[in-house]
Design a protein around this ligand. Structure first.
Ligand SMILES: [Zn+2]
Length: 352
């Protein structure tokens, strides 16, 4: 073995070895993370699910661990290697001990076929939203695709993208003990990971009604569905959440916007809580991006005529290049649902 020809004593050499080990050890420790290559079109959710990691526990550790390798809005690059969090070992325990807010491991699972085969089994993580009832209305559907954007050869239909995000939000809410009604429903479109969500026209209105083409009839139908359920749950904390994707002119700077009924102070408060969460999330994940989404009242049929406190959310512009990324990348759709979930949790804690 070669040693520098310096007058170094044997003790010093040993110290030098210890010093080297000190540098190298952290690397060898981090090598214990199993690495996995992201597949084409795969988001964090899909990847973790594929590897058998419960999302509720491992989403944040995964993001933390792979921060430098993620794309905008925490997207994955196909073909790139990602580290899987350590499971059930000391460092994992340390991490959870350091943040007592972390939820305990799931104890029960319920099946909801509407989420599709990959997502139908829902772990009930905790009961933070126990007592809360959500009526989720994905915009348009049935014969009405809503706004249609163009992305290359694809026709992006508002109703499909709004529906996918709404399902993801529904699943998040259920995981934390809420009662959730999907008002717009599609029995064969579960949560989808595809970038291109193939449009169809077979959505129905809760519980099992064909959606009419006539706009007034369509809006009245879903409003009636919500109001019937509202009466059934009278006295409970309830929210009607309408989820849309806008289609204003190309040049306009568009973001995630929140609307409430003019007469509803609670609606305004809830919308502001959601908007604040989005502001924080964008500051945290895309510093310098600038987020301009606002809260305002708006005279919209479902907002005006539904009995629960109503929040109407526009997720972006289906024609806008940048906004399209928010929809066609499935992990971005999940991020939207996660952020909305955080807002609704905060709304529940604040306004119940
Ligand atoms: Zn719409």
């Amino acid at each position: 073995m070669f040693w520098p020809k310096l007058p170094i004593k044997k003790d010093t050499r040993i110290l030098f070895i210890i010093f080297l080990a000190g540098i190298l050890l952290p690397f060898s420790l981090s090598a214990q993370h199993t690495e996995v290559v992201a597949e084409k079109g795969e988001g964090i959710y899909r990847l973790l699910t594929r590897c058998g990691y419960p999302i509720s526990q491992y989403l944040e550790p995964f993001i933390e661990l792979n921060k430098a390798r993620l794309g905008p809005d925490n997207t994955l690059y196909a073909g790139r290697k990602y580290k899987l969090p350590l499971r059930g070992d000391e460092s994992q325990q340390d991490a959870s001990a350091a943040s007592p807010a972390k939820t305990p491991p799931a104890t029960k699972t319920r099946r909801y076929e509407i989420f599709g085969s990959n997502y139908q089994d829902v772990e009930i993580v905790d009961d933070q939203l126990k007592g809360a009832v959500y009526h989720l209305v994905a915009g348009h559907g049935g014969p009405d695709p809503g706004a249609v954007g163009k992305y290359g050869d694809w026709q992006l239909c508002e109703d499909e993208y709004a529906y996918d995000v709404t399902l993801r939000l529904a699943r998040n809410l259920i995981q934390h003990g809420a009662t959730v009604y999907m008002i717009t429903r599609d029995s064969n479109d579960g949560i989808r990971e595809d970038s291109y969500l193939k449009p169809d026209k077979d959505e129905i209105c809760y519980p099992n009604l064909r959606i009419p083409l006539n706009q007034t009839k369509r809006l009245k139908q879903r409003t009636d569905a919500v109001n019937n359920l509202y009466r059934k749950h009278k006295g409970s904390f309830q929210r009607m959440v309408a989820i849309h994707v806008d289609s204003r002119s190309h040049g306009e700077n568009i973001d995630v916007f929140f609307y409430h009924d003019k007469r509803s102070n609670t609606g305004r408060k809830a919308a502001r809580i959601l908007q604040k969460v989005f502001q924080q999330k964008y500051d945290q994940h895309q510093p310098g991006r600038g987020y301009n989404g606002t809260v305002s009242d708006r005279n919209l049929y479902v907002v005006r005529n539904t009995l629960p406190v109503a929040i109407y959310i526009e997720l972006g512009n289906i024609n806008h290049r940048r906004d399209q990324q928010r929809f066609i990348i499935s992990s971005n759709r999940q991020a939207l649902a996660n952020w909305m979930f955080e807002g609704f949790l905060e709304d529940f804690k604040t306004n119940k």
